[in-house]
Design a protein around this ligand. Sequence first.
Ligand code: HEM
Length: 312
Amino acid sequence: MPSAMEGPEVGEDADVSRYEETEDNNVSPTDLSELLKEGTKESHDRAENTQFVKDFLKGRIRKELFKLATVALHFTYSALEEEMDRNKDNPVFAPLYFPVELHRREALAKDLKYFYGEDWKEKIQCSEATQQYVDRIHHVGQHEPELLVAHAYTRYMGDLSGGQVLKKVAQRALKLPSTEEGIQFYVFENVSNAQQFKQLYRARMNALDLDKNTKERIVEEANRAFRFNMQVFDELDKIGRSLPEEAQDGGFPVHDGKGDIRKCPYYADKLGAAGPGCPFHAAVGLARQPLVQLVLAACVAVAAGAAAWYIL
Ligand code: HEM
């Protein structure tokens, strides 16, 4: 792996304990790792306190929503890792390129295959909020690569921290198999010690050759990344509200037929395979027609009459 720092090759040997940099705990307030930690504290608090995250932590997560969250992660990490691959030789990012230890694309593909089947790619769609996040990541990777560290930091450092709590919660709440199918995203099998790895990551961030202004822009961009995540959470929370309790195991939601049909997760789900045919929008839409309502009422009356005649 091309690295701007001296040290062992990254990506070939997964044992992070080999990195001597991990022992360096002397940080100064002007180090990027400290600026990021301090500068995103409020954003972190806000993210932890979004309704979606609070519900998730309490184990109030339904399978259909968890699946959609996994879809959002898939599009996000595909963009992030595409841009990190593009910048793997760029000195503003190269020391933070850890494909073997960190990259989540393949883990997410396994999770989506588990949830949606072999043809998962045709069954998923990028949501509005996720698309905005994805667009920003591509912009940064292609036009302001010195800010890419902000996006990598916000996701991977979080995944190696709070993400481990979420893994256990999801496994229990969704009754997922102990073999960790469906939650591969949370399993960093090539990071044997997350705490140590985070220390290494911080040391690598601090060794980047950056001026004060660029460091400030990186912190600003990390806060922006937090905001994108919160927008995705809020969008998921909204979708979650339209899912009834019964939809725990892949059931269909009851929908009132109002609003933008394209925002129905089942509509999105069906787009690839069967075209725009959410059965609930179709049925609810039909049932709202006055003539259909009249015919339905007549059918109910006839059925009730027949039942009464049969019983009596
Ligand atoms: C379920 C809610 C969450 C919990 C319980 C949680 C928990 C934690 C904990 C305990 C740490 C400190 C780890 C350490 O110092 O080694 C941490 C760090 C971090 N978390 Fe979260 N977190 C949550 C949500 C999030 C979200 C939604 C994001 C961003 C999308 C995020 C991003 C981060 C980052 C970037 C760090 C590294 C801070 C640093 O050391 O610079 N977290 N989290």
